[in-house]
Write a protein that binds this ligand. Structure first.
Ligand code: NAP
Length: 454
């Protein structure tokens, strides 16, 4: 009994400093690291806290030893690579050749290449860094891994950053050993196949939101077109025809009128490819033919287009809330009051206008809430936590309530029937705010996207 009590509740091997309850073998293997830079330091910290024995190889161990956790052994490169079976190469590609003097000691060992090229280097070299390392050390097995994990994520733990670690190698045993190590460190290995995939893996950190480029350009293009149209209609035309100076509308009012137009069109562009794809499949009488490339790309971008539509709608809501704060709006109200007094009118109340505005506002807020729900459930972390039935349920509830709001309201262009009233077409609850957010079916159905694109 007393022996039982002496045991810690959680085995030391199972605890790492912050996150993973990863299982490390009782005989924790020794892991080598070549290099003593930022990445090497963070990697050593994570490995030590995950229960591994770490030996770091540096050209100048005396200078760098103090920067590493005390549990890590920092020594010369030759000594560091002598005993571990797995050695991380945390140096830049241009210095790989300086490690050739270690060839004999490295024979038969697993070298983990963590390097990332710069954009220029990536274009310049046709072979990946990992393949280059493999050509320098033909007697070793090279595994490409951890290059997408930053030193900061390694240090902070996977709880606070990307957890996926793509891994590739020509030897499955070596790949398995590194994958187990990644799991023990709290990461999620993703098998990328042979070492030929290393080039693709090295391109990963260089990508800048690739899926967002076309949708963002599309949204910008639409914004410019609609802004130009609204500028001509609301500012230029009154100026030319009636000599009215309405240029003050440019920063807020015209932007606010433009945003829902963009949101509308983007939302329709989310649905259109689904309809086109369905029509194509019906015409072909089969779903086993590939869609044309342009349609395939369009289908794959629906989620981003839908989220941009949501972004525009949300901005429109914010702008609309700010409209009454404008100085011009206050002047309009005061002028209206003065006109009322001069016309000897004491009570201004148009029942129909009042009701219409109340309904616009309510539907607008409900529709924005619905669109927010769809947008939130489209985020991978949330979508992945829902099963297919839950996901469909959220889509169904959102779309059916959105559809009812849209078809039931049939909201016309709001025009004040009192010519003295200030411009109310763009006040919160305007037709555009409501209508842009309705008729939402499954724009963010990325699971459906997959079934379409397969
Ligand atoms: P760093 O801070 O500049 O460290 C590079 C290390 O390489 C030096 O500390 C040096 O250690 C060692 N080295 C070995 N031979 C060398 C030579 N001939 N000349 C100069 N240095 C030599 O770079 P890092 O940020 O740690 O990056 C190391 C590798 O990890 C790179 O390939 C990088 O692409 C990759 N990586 C880094 C990150 C990150 O967030 N930093 C993320 C993913 C991947 P000694 O002087 O002790 O020998």
């Amino acid at each position: 009994m007393s022996r039982e009590m002496d045991k810690p509740l959680i085995s030391l091997h199972l605890v790492d400093s912050d996150t993973s309850l990863a299982k490390v073998p009782d005989e924790a293997p020794k892991v080598g690291i070549l290099g003593s830079g930022d990445f090497a330091r963070s990697l050593a910290t994570r490995l030590v806290s995950s229960g591994f024995k770490v030996v770091v190889g540096s050209r100048n161990p005396k200078r760098t030893a103090g920067l590493f956790p005390s549990a890590a052994q920092v020594t010369f490169q030759e000594e560091a690579v002598s005993s571990p079976e797995i050695i991380f190469v945390a140096v830049f590609r241009e210095h790989y050749s300086s490690l050739c003097s270690l060839s004999d000691q490295l024979t038969g060992k697993i070298l983990v290449d963590v390097s990332n090229p710069t954009e220029q280097e990536h274009l310049q070299h046709r072979e990946s860094n990992a393949e280059y390392l493999a050509s320098l050390f033909p007697t070793c097995t090279v595994v490409k891994a951890f290059n997408v994990i930053s030193a900061w994520t390694l240090q902070a733990g996977p709880r606070d950053g990307n957890r996926q670690v793509p891994i590739c190698s020509d030897q499955s045993e070596a790949k398995r050993a590194v994958s187990e190590m990644a799991i023990a460190m709290g990461f999620m290995p993703v098998d990328m196949g042979s070492l030929a995939s290393a080039r693709e893996m090295e391109a990963m950190p260089l990508r800048l939101l690739p899926a967002w480029k076309v949708p963002t350009l599309l949204a910008l293009g639409l914004f410019i077109c609609f802004y130009a149209y609204n500028f001509v209609r609301d500012v230029l035309q009154p100026y030319v025809q009636e000599s009215k100076n309405k240029f003050f509308k440019l920063p807020v009012s015209v932007v606010n009128t433009t945003l829902p137009c963009v949101a509308y069109v983007l939302l329709s562009l989310v649905y259109l490819p689904g309809v086109l794809a369905a029509t194509l499949q019906l015409r072909r009488g089969t779903k086993y033919h590939r869609f044309p490339d342009w349609l395939d790309h369009w289908l794959q971008h629906r989620k981003q287009i839908g989220l941009l539509s949501f972004f525009c709608a949300a901005l429109h809501a914010l702008y609309s809330f700010c409209l009454p704060l404008r100085r011009s709006h206050r002047y309009d109200l005061v002028n209206l009051a003065v006109k009322q007094v001069l016309a000897n009118k004491s009570h201004l109340w148009v029942e129909e206008e009042v009701w219409r505005m109340e309904i616009y506002l309510s539907l607008g807020v409900l529709a924005l809430g619905t669109l927010s729900l769809l947008a939130v459930t489209s985020l991978p972390s949330i979508a992945n936590s829902l099963n297919w039935r839950e996901f469909s349920f959220v889509q169904y509830v959102a779309t059916s309530s959105g559809g009812k709001m849209g078809s039931g309201s049939g909201i016309p262009e709001f025009q004040s029937q009192d010519p003295h009233l200030p411009d109310q077409t763009s006040v919160l609850g305007s037709r555009s705010f409501c209508c842009s957010l309705v008729s939402v079916s499954t724009p963010y159905g990325h699971r459906e996207d997959l079934s379409w694109t397969r």
